[in-house]
Design a protein around this ligand. Structure first.
Ligand SMILES: [Fe+2]
Length: 276
């Protein structure tokens, strides 16, 4: 995993590299932990729980692949709960990447989870790489581009790659099929997540396979077609850009509200990837 800062660079839509994706559902709220495998390297995204066991099982399945780093889509306890174990297994020098904006809320969210749900989560420690818009996280010959997508948390990010298998995006809890992540936790922001949904709907190719933080995945095309929140967000964006007249605005109360994170249930339905 290498560092490249492409500040304010446009999304690179040139297919680069080839990858395989595996996932395992783990932790107390059934979080999807993903492994992106390319060119003899792997990146673990959102190691949710039992980090040492994740490493052990991954190494058993892929003895010739080097687990080269960790990236977390956001700092919620149910997405970082396995980080400490992975770092213990592979060494503190292992890159652990997270957006700077989410660093301050890691501990308070762990405490929130302990008090409200009785779940003790291991502290992941400080990230040694801070992610920001335009950064690239490389694994093998695949380049995961970082999009800042606040709203679920202040430092939520999406990792997007255009590959020979097609475009893929790891969206954490920002986007769910037909819905979006909850905004009622610390740092949650309704307007911000709507803008993030509009950003994803605008920038990512429709055929992008979307890997979500909980439950089954989707595609951008499916969300453009059937996600009322993304549709509304895009409408609002067009209005902001002055392309629509204000008097055609539909009332906000017409919007359905359905939020899934972190209690979404899992069913294996991804078209790309293999479950453990
Ligand atoms: Fe979350």
């Amino acid at each position: 995993m290498s560092d490249t800062n492409l500040e304010a660079a446009p999304l690179d839509l040139t297919p680069r590299g080839s990858l395989a994706i595996e996932y395992v559902v783990n932790g107390p709220v059934e979080t999807n932990t993903y492994f992106v495998i390319s060119g003899g390297e792997a990146l673990v995204i959102d190691p949710a729980w039992e980090g040492e066991r994740l490493v052990e099982e991954f190494s058993r399945r892929h003895p010739d692949v080097r687990l080269a780093g960790i990236a977390c889509t956001h700092g919620h306890a149910d997405h970082v709960g396995g980080v400490a174990g992975v770092r213990r297994a592979l060494g503190e020098d292992l890159p652990f990447a997270l957006a700077e904006e989410d660093v301050p809320m890691i501990r308070s969210n762990i405490e929130h989870q302990r008090i409200n749900w009785g779940i003790d989560t291991e502290d992941p420690g400080e990230p040694n790489r801070l992610l920001a818009e335009g950064d690239v996280v490389s694994v093998g010959d695949v380049r995961l581009q970082v999009l800042s997508t606040p709203g679920h948390t202040p430092g939520g990010v999406v990792l997007f790659a255009e590959t020979r298998e097609g475009p893929v995006a790891f969206v954490g809890d920002t986007l769910f099929p037909g819905s979006h992540g909850r905004v009622d936790l610390e740092g949650g922001d309704w307007l911000a997540i709507m803008r993030s949904l509009a950003k994803l709907g605008t920038l990512l190719p429709p055929e992008t396979q979307v890997f979500v933080g909980h439950g089954s995945g989707t595609t951008i095309a499916q969300e453009l077609e059937g996600n009322p929140f993304m549709q509304r967000a895009l409408l609002d964006q067009r209005r902001r850009e002055g392309r629509m007249r204000r008097d055609s605005e539909e009332p906000a109360s017409a919007m359905p509200r359905r939020e899934m994170c972190p209690t979404g249930t899992h069913s294996a339905g991804m078209t790309l990837g293999a479950a453990w």
